[in-house]
Design a protein around this ligand. Structure first.
Ligand SMILES: *Cc1c(COP(=O)(O)O)cnc(C)c1O
Length: 330
């Protein structure tokens, strides 16, 4: 099976995997037996936290920048980010000697803003909604002859994220369920296209925060709808789907079997569980798959052998320690 887009299929995802290999880590697939015991399933966690930038976004950013022609590399790239995509773009751009301008909203935590500056990228602070921010950054890119690279709605970014599914199914071909953090849907679209091509019956479950789950709300409405952003422990999952979305909405609509939504309490509990029981440092967005696996109402959605993506570890340490203190026995 391939997707309805000829730039996003098993073959282009395999090519991406080769292309990005020199820049990314082959991340561990940890048998999470403690989580397995708590849930009665066999569970594996794909530790994208061990990427050099602490999040899977490095895969998409590396694939996108390595695919640009030299003439575009010479002028530079512009992007909008909730933090981790910006950090990944800054890291790869630094390695390749490309100018990078990263637009950040005021919801981006300081730990991420500082990391992006430290990597040498230019930061534009944008105190406006994502639709306005995208417009403004696209205009900036056009006026400087630079390339605008969406954090999720871009074929090269989607194919880069999809490489995670290749690694999971190569190591554990019997996995029957994928738990995938879900915001703009680049991660789920890429992994879903690769996984369904390799294993048509695999279950694909997206996990989002309860308030402002942009893909879930849009799928429910059958069209792109704006969401109201509320601060969340899962700051990496905030943001909306710009109205010019081309790829991730139709792909996610086709690929997703279920979405699981978590409250702030459930996300905090998942962060504490990951830290105490699995010894993992996770940001909220990186912990939601643990919250979904532990959720008492959703166990029936999972098969027997489950892989979840621990998508990022870029959390303010004080915020993580607050969750650990709030849930002393997660
Ligand atoms: C970006 C991000 C996500 C969501 O990815 P999308 O492609 O936008 O769905 C999940 N977790 C972390 C840590 C992220 O940085």
């Amino acid at each position: 099976m391939s997707s309805e887009f000829d730039t996003i299929n098993l073959e282009t995802i395999r090519q991406a995997h080769k292309r990005i290999a020199p820049l990314i880590a082959r991340t561990p697939l940890k048998p999470a037996y403690t989580l397995g015991k708590s849930t009665g399933k066999e569970i594996y966690l794909k530790l994208e936290t061990t990427q050099p930038t602490g999040a899977f976004k490095l895969r998409g950013a590396a694939n996108a920048l390595l695919s640009l022609p030299q003439s575009v590399r010479d002028r530079g790239v512009v992007t909008l980010s909730s933090g981790n995509h910006g950090k990944a773009m800054a890291y790869v751009a630094g390695k390749l000697g490309i100018r990078a301008v990263i637009g950040l909203s005021d919801q981006v935590p300081e730990v991420k803003v500082q990391a992006i500056r430290d990597l040498g990228a230019e930061v534009q602070a944008l105190a406006m909604d994502q639709f306005e921010a995208t417009k403004s950054l696209r205009a900036f890119a056009a006026s400087h002859g630079m390339a605008y690279i969406s954090p999720f709605d871009h074929p090269d970014v989607i194919c880069g994220q999809g490489t995670i599914a290749l690694e999971i199914l190569e190591e554990q071909p019997d996995i029957d369920t994928l738990l995938i953090p879900l915001s703009g849907g680049g991660l789920l679209a890429g992994m879903g296209v690769a996984a369904r091509a390799l294993k048509p019956g695999i279950r694909i479950i997206g996990v989002s925060q309860e308030d402002g789950a942009c893909m879930h709300e849009s799928m429910k409405a059958g069209k792109l709808v704006p969401v109201i952003e509320k601060p969340s422990l899962a700051d990496a999952l905030l943001g909306g789907l710009p109205e010019d979305n081309q790829y991730t909405f139709p792909l996610c609509r086709d690929l997703i079997d279920h979405t699981i939504l978590l409250s702030e309490k459930e996300i905090g509990h998942a962060m504490a569980y990951g830290f105490r029981r699995e010894r993992l440092v996770l940001e909220g967005g990186g912990a939601v798959v643990i919250g979904a696996a532990l959720h008492p109402d959703h166990g029936h959605l999972l098969g027997e052998k489950v892989a979840g993506v621990c998508s990022g570890d870029n959390v303010d340490i004080g915020v993580l320690l607050d969750q650990v203190a709030a849930f002393p026995d997660p």
